[in-house]
Design a protein around this ligand. Structure first.
Ligand SMILES: *Cc1c(COP(=O)(O)O)cnc(C)c1O
Length: 343
């Protein structure tokens, strides 16, 4: 598969901005007067490493992936935007995404003036691979999948993803923002099998670093190299690089286990309430629940100081609210409020 041929010509030919620190190739330097920085050290006076070498080495170790196959972005928003910019000629090439799914695919497509074709998931949020493949044409360069999917919470079966990867001759982006909460592995260790696969992950969910803004893309080296050429040179600031390195040393496995067990408890307990009509099976850290009067319930919860996400106006999610799993105490409080509303 010729991935370069899928890239926009202007991007393929792009000479990236070369930073002061790119031109310096190691050695014992004591005086940095190459970047017009303020020379007085306050902890932040120097530009960050544009290649995030230390951070990539650590993430490579944690994820078991080559550092050359890692792109680090300012949240997942950055690689989402860059993938459109690299692979889709505005107004000419298109992308196909599942729906309902994460809202940023549509926003990034629209800002890049790339037509986005949405393939509606079935009523139970399962994906018909043939339906998706039929929505692609010779101008489709990107397919967007999200597994576990937001807002439905379900994992796309591996065979479905494999079928799309094998049969679509363009890039397949698989957003695995919630994969750490699933009981099955994702596709990260299968990059060798699928040259057209791009996996997105994030430190915003399981890793508990939403405030630091760090998103990850994993793909073949030539894709990573192109994303890196197009990104802002210093996209990850000094503070984020430093704090993320520190936080990555603090294991989150116990928190993930508790969130998953709390998700099961919420499913069980909410299932007993007549108010809740349907709870969709979730492999993520949230539950999509269907009720008769979603807006009214949303407002009653607000009155009780609890904010959930109203997804009821989204096609396929009629009547649905999306509820993130909180701490055990927060979940207790939610259940109490729901029980009282039910009474
Ligand atoms: C939360 C979420 C992300 C993460 O976005 P960040 O910009 O990394 O915080 C990515 N994809 C999906 C589907 C999400 O729900």
């Amino acid at each position: 598969m010729d991935i370069k041929a899928l890239m926009r010509e202007n991007i393929r030919n792009l000479a990236p901005y070369s930073t002061a620190r790119d031109e310096y190739q190691g050695g014992e330097i004591g005086i940095f007067i190459d970047a017009n920085e303020n020379p007085y050290n306050n902890g932040y006076n120097r530009y960050p490493d544009p290649h995030q070498k230390q951070l990539k080495a650590r993430i490579a170790q944690i994820k078991g992936v080559d550092p050359q196959r890692i792109f680090i972005g300012n949240g997942s928003d950055e690689p989402i935007d860059l993938l459109f910019r690299v692979f889709c000629e505005p107004k000419v090439q298109n992308a196909v995404a599942i729906a309902p799914s994460y809202g940023m695919y549509k926003v990034a497509a629209a800002t890049n003036d790339v037509p986005l074709r949405e393939v509606q998931l079935e009523a139970d949020f399962s994906l018909d691979a043939d339906k998706l493949l039929n929505a692609t044409d010779e101008n489709t360069h990107l397919v967007w999948l999200c597994s576990p999917n937001n807002p439905s919470g379900n994992l796309i079966p591996a065979e479905t993803v494999e079928k799309i990867l094998h049969n679509f001759p363009g890039m397949v982006v698989l957003d695995e923002a919630y994969i750490d909460f699933a009981d099955r592995p994702g596709f990260l260790n299968r990059l060798d099998e699928f040259p057209n696969l791009v996996i997105l992950q994030t430190l915003s969910k399981a890793w508990g670093m939403a405030g630091l803004r760090l998103g990850l893309a994993f793909a073949q080296e030539e894709v990573i190299e192109m994303l890196s050429r197009v990104k802002y040179p210093y996209n990850i600031n000094v503070v984020t690089q430093k704090l993320v390195l520190e936080q990555l040393d603090k294991p989150v496995d116990a928190q993930i286990r508790e969130i998953v067990s709390e998700r099961c408890r919420l499913t069980r307990e909410m299932g007993k309430l007549p108010l809740i009509r349907q709870i969709f099976p979730s492999d993520a850290n949230f539950l999509l629940v269907r009720v008769d009067a979603p807006r009214e319930l949303y407002n009653r919860l607000i009155d009780a100081g609890i904010i959930v996400r109203d997804r009821s106006r989204i096609r396929g999610c009629e009547g649905c609210l999306r509820i993130s799993v909180g701490t055990p105490a927060e979940n207790d409080r939610l259940l109490d409020v729901l029980k009282n509303l039910d009474a």
